[in-house]
Design a protein around this ligand. Structure first.
Ligand code: UFG
Length: 333
């Protein structure tokens, strides 16, 4: 089966392409390189010993996108391409709404025109806002606190209406918790441009001595050590979840929602201490004020994904920390 992967050179997209190729799918990548680099194609090929088709284009560009559909005739789509920085989305909401919504609308149009019936969408736990109880289940109330999150929620609603209007389309919404880690080969990982917003990329810059110390945003939360608690999930486990989702699209039309997390909450200090221990390296840090918009704790109930997709996370926080550091070391060679 041929799968079109938008944003296939990004962090989660590239790991998913590896899993797809290893499961003998044909892969067509569309990426505009806005937060990725072209050399990722060679890395994917080196890991899998297989080739991919690649088109450098913006998914919002309908004319160019249609050429890809005409030529490649994909049978399924996994849609990762999106802007994803929470802070930037507050400063540039229109850019976020335009990019994230239009790209998805164009893909829906192409699905209708070229009879593509299988679609997997990259959503986020951000659609649960600040949940009243934990762990988070898929039927919890949906609420967003920033434009990035609102784009994800709006797209979920658009896809629901789309599915209602078509009898044979199957859409799987995957709500990710906090993806970290890297491919065990050390060839693929997360390497954001500029100063990172997220915790693990920031820790890596401190490990690399590019940044002097980590700033921990608050130690006065109602958590075991006062620092924020999140459900970190290894990116390889997350990538595998997309293959299980694709299998589901082959079985049943409709729209289905799944949390992809481990179900375990770890604090910022847990992550820092584990990183230090497994990699034998010190991460200097200081405690700062809370970051506006952060919640104290967030972790998933992923039972539904296990029951209906047969998926569950296999890798723990130690592998996440080891693989992330291994990627940093390999990228220096
Ligand atoms: N943190 C720090 N210092 C940093 C960065 C983060 O202390 O330099 C803390 C945060 O306060 C939080 C934890 O580390 O407690 C994780 O923060 P991240 O920025 O790595 O991740 P978030 O949970 O804030 O956000 C992630 C994704 C978003 C998504 C959200 C939804 O990055 O895209 O999960 O759950 F919307």
């Amino acid at each position: 089966m041929k799968v079109l992967v938008t944003g296939g050179l990004g962090f989660i997209g590239s790991h998913t392409c590896v899993e797809l190729l290893e499961a003998n799918y044909e892969v067509v990548i569309v990426d505009n390189l806005s937060n990725s680099t072209i050399d990722v194609i060679d890395k994917i090929k080196a890991i899998t010993n297989k080739t991919v088709s690649f088109y450098e284009l913006d998914v919002c560009d309908e004319v160019e996108l249609e050429k890809v559909f005409q030529k490649e005739r994909p049978e399924a789509i996994i849609h990762f391409a999106a802007y994803k920085a929470v802070g930037e989305s507050v400063e540039k909401p229109i850019l976020y709404y335009e990019n994230n919504l239009i790209s998805t609308l164009k893909l829906c149009k192409m699905m209708q025109k070229y009879h593509v019936t299988k679609f997997v969408f990259s959503s986020s736990a951000t659609v649960y806002g600040s949940p009243a109880t934990l762990p988070i289940k898929e039927d919890f109330p949906l609420f967003t606190t920033n434009p990035y999150g609102t784009t994800k929620l709006m797209i979920e609603k658009i896809l629901k209406d789309f599915v209602s209007s078509q009898k044979d389309i199957s859409v799987i919404i995957l709500r990710y918790f906090n993806p970290i880690g890297a491919h065990p080969s050390g060839l693929l990982g997360e390497n954001p441009k500029g100063i990172p917003n997220n915790l693990m990329p920031y820790i890596l810059k401190v490990a690399d001595k590019e940044l002097e110390r980590l700033h921990i945003f608050g130690n006065d939360y109602d958590t075991k050590d006062g620092t924020g608690v999140r459900d970190y999930i290894h990116v390889v486990d997350l990538a595998k979840g997309h293959l299980c989702a694709l299998e589901k699209t082959k079985k049943e039309p409709g729209i289905f929602y799944y949390n992809l997390g481990t179900g375990c909450g770890y604090s910022v200090l847990d992550l820092v201490k584990t990183f230090e221990r497994v990699n034998g390296i010190k991460i200097p840090y200081q405690i700062d004020h809370r970051r506006p918009g952060d919640v104290a704790s967030c972790y998933a109930d992923s039972t539904k994904a296990y029951q209906e997709l047969g998926w569950k996370a296999e890798l723990g926080i130690e592998e996440m920390c080891k693989d992330a550091y291994h990627f940093l070391l390999e990228s220096k060679r």
